[in-house]
Write a protein that binds this ligand. Structure first.
Ligand SMILES: Nc1ncnc2c1ncn2[C@@H]1O[C@H](COP(=O)(O)OP(=O)(O)OP(=O)(O)O)[C@@H](O)[C@H]1O
Length: 621
């Protein structure tokens, strides 16, 4: 809970102005229309009070002439306008809201994409803020976002204008009554706001609610669909959902009950204000100082003032959406600070890396130490290693020893805590990260299955090859062929144009092994496009035995002019590599050819023997 409401008036005013400024992002025409509608809504109550009073006055003359009809038409017209503005509001409001939210999200997207490393992106702080910034908070069945907050603020401004207009009108009869009614109404509003908005703090502090959505949608419907059916997990999911719903809404319901119990004095004040609104003008009529027509005008003006005491939805819109605006501002400010301070995630362009297509570089890890944020132990702990241009190096080691982490550091996705990584003698930290990455082609263990055509799935990661012109289909076919996906291509009815997005229209899906071949073709295409460091993290994990056996011959040995880094637990993938490195405890424990390491009789030899025995046993069995 942040206690924003106890902050000073200056800050409150500042945030309100910030919300109004957001309206500029809603588009000139739509925002202009919205303002127009709000002006009409603000004017209607006072105009209605005057027009009804006027109608009664002209009616009282006892003649059915044109002034009577004109006054009646005015009252009816105002009634109709009041109805129509709602229609206009329903059309324009969402447009303005979407535009404001879209603009803020686009800014956030740019910010996230431009953060060069993953460390900031993965930090809990960043993720909390990003989640808050794009949260549409459907807690009370109504969307709340920065856009709705800005529009709500505009609505509130005009509700105030409307109340002030009614106050001025009533003040022509009685200043104390007008000012008193306005003061009581504002007090009621302030109290209601304080009472009800506490609920937003309860919802806001709730991260379990987000997990609730996880049980309902993401996992239950798609990701875990097979498990749910095969293991009969639907009751488990439903139970988790019920439990998290109770944890989320239990406190909210208790808070709502507590607020309702405290409404008695608000009722008293409201009834008192309503009685005064009617009794004071009525007394003046009895005293002969006011005629009945004027009395109606002033009574209606009084009720017009009291309208501001009603806390509309806009108060929730403002308060909830403000959290998104604040989170967006905090992210933007933090990003600016990061740029200025030149911290490890700075995006300031530095020395250009060599262009793609040159010779493979010499890469050195010098005493590199790296620990994930929040982790107790370093994953890499004094890693020293040189990758010479054009060599094929296999990296092996137990699960979790840090092989993928090593690749992430090589890609500049994280920076070492100490030590350094050099590229042809130049510290990687001083290179332009984007340019450096254009020299790498990395197939991660958890490669991405892009919802796009087969052609795009292969060609899109070498954007420098295809940007501005259509992908070279021969090069795409060649990459697919080398990845062993020729049969797959032949089987697809639309060839390279086949959409691999099953959820999309006419799309198809592939098996795990087929996807792996497509992902492999992607990095081979990138190497053919000039990338000079090829990294293959478990590239044979999904392949069948024959494809695995052919892998070195078909794929690795045909890679020219690039350094190849192979990470695998499979001996047939690792063994033919010219050099094998065993990682242990965050450093290089063994380094040499297969024969060297077998002769050493250390960890690699044990790893090899266990696998070879298991394989032989399988063959015998
Ligand atoms: N983003 C992350 N944040 C925190 N810890 C992480 C993160 N990614 C990996 N780790 C931890 O770092 C360690 C090394 O992980 P890494 O993925 O590099 O291992 P690996 O050697 O590639 O393992 P495997 O053989 O199972 O693929 C593990 O203990 C893992 O839990």
């Amino acid at each position: 809970m942040r206690g924003r409401r106890t902050d000073g008036l200056g800050r409150l005013f500042g945030t309100r102005v910030r919300l109004l400024r957001l309206l500029a992002g809603g588009g000139t025409l739509s925002t202009g229309l919205l303002v127009g509608v709000q002006v009409v809504r603000a004017v209607v109550p006072t105009a209605r009070a005057l027009s009804v009073g006027h109608l009664v006055a002209v009616f009282g003359r006892g003649q059915l002439d044109w002034p009577v009809f004109a006054a009646a038409a005015l009252v009816a017209g105002l009634f109709l306008i009041d109805q129509w503005v709602w229609l206009a509001l329903a059309a324009v409001r969402p447009l303005v809201v979407r535009r404001i939210d879209g603009g803020l999200r686009a800014g956030l997207r740019t910010l996230a994409v431009n953060l060069p490393g993953l460390d900031r992106l993965e930090s809990r702080e960043f993720q909390d803020r990003a989640a808050r910034a794009v949260d549409v908070g459907t807690g009370f069945g109504r969307e709340r976002s920065p856009g709705t907050a800005a529009v709500g603020q505009l609505e509130l401004v005009f509700r105030m204008v409307s109340a002030v207009g009614a106050t001025v009108l009533l003040a022509t009869f009685s200043v104390p009554l007008a000012v008193g009614l306005l003061a009581v109404s504002l007090l009621i509003r302030r109290t209601l706001r304080r009472q009800w908005l506490g609920i937003i703090d309860v919802l806001d502090a709730d991260t379990i609610g987000q997990r609730r959505n996880y049980y309902v949608s993401e996992q239950a419907v798609y990701g875990a669909a097979k498990d749910v059916r095969l293991f009969g997990l639907s009751d488990w999911f439903a139970g988790r959902m019920r439990a998290t719903t109770m944890r989320t809404y239990g406190p909210v319901w208790r808070r709502q009950l507590a607020v309702l119990r405290r409404q008695w004095w608000i009722v008293l004040f409201s009834v008192g204000a309503a009685v005064a609104t009617m009794a004071v003008p009525a007394a003046a009529v009895f005293a002969g100082s006011l005629d009945p027509a004027q009395m109606i005008t002033y009574v209606l003006a009084g009720f017009g003032i009291m309208e501001i005491g009603r806390m509309g939805e806009e108060a929730f819109d403002i308060e909830y959406g403000l959290r998104g605006v604040e989170a967006t501002d905090e992210l933007a400010a933090e990003y600016r600070t990061t740029r200025r301070s030149g911290s490890p995630t700075t995006v300031t362009p530095r020395r250009p890396a060599d262009e793609p297509g040159g010779a493979p570089p010499t890469i050195r890890f010098e005493e590199v130490v790296f620990r994930y944020p929040g982790a107790t132990r370093p994953v890499l702990d004094g890693l020293t290693l040189t990758l010479r241009p054009g060599e094929t190096v296999a990296v092996v080691g137990e699960n979790g020893v840090g092989k993928t982490t090593f690749v992430k550091l090589l890609g500049g996705l994280y920076r070492p805590d100490s030590g350094r990584i050099t590229v042809d003698g130049v510290d990687l930290a001083t290179l332009d990260p984007m340019a450096w990455r254009q020299r790498l082609a990395v197939l991660f263990q958890d490669f991405v299955r892009y919802p796009a055509s087969l052609r795009d799935n292969v060609a899109l990661t070498a954007a420098e090859r295809v940007s501005g012109r259509p992908a070279d289909d021969d090069a795409v076919r060649d990459a697919l062929d080398r990845a062993g996906a020729t049969t797959l291509l032949a089987d697809l009815t639309d060839g390279l144009d086949t959409s691999l997005w099953r959820e999309g229209t006419g799309g198809t899906d592939l098996s795990g092994g087929q996807w792996q071949r497509v992902a492999l073709a992607r990095v081979l295409f990138a190497v053919a496009a000039g990338r000079r460091v090829l990294v293959l993290d478990e590239p044979t994990a999904h392949l069948d035995v024959r494809a695995e056996a052919e892998f070195h011959e078909r794929v690795v040995s045909r890679v020219r002019d690039a350094t190849t880094l192979l990470i695998s637990h499979r001996l047939s993938t690792v063994r033919p590599a010219g050099r094998i490195i065993l990682l242990r405890a965050g450093r290089v424990a063994e380094d040499g050819s297969h024969d060297d390491l077998m002769a050493l009789g250390g960890g690699y030899a044990r790893f090899f023997t266990v696998q070879a025995e298991a394989f032989a046993a399988r063959e015998r069995g």
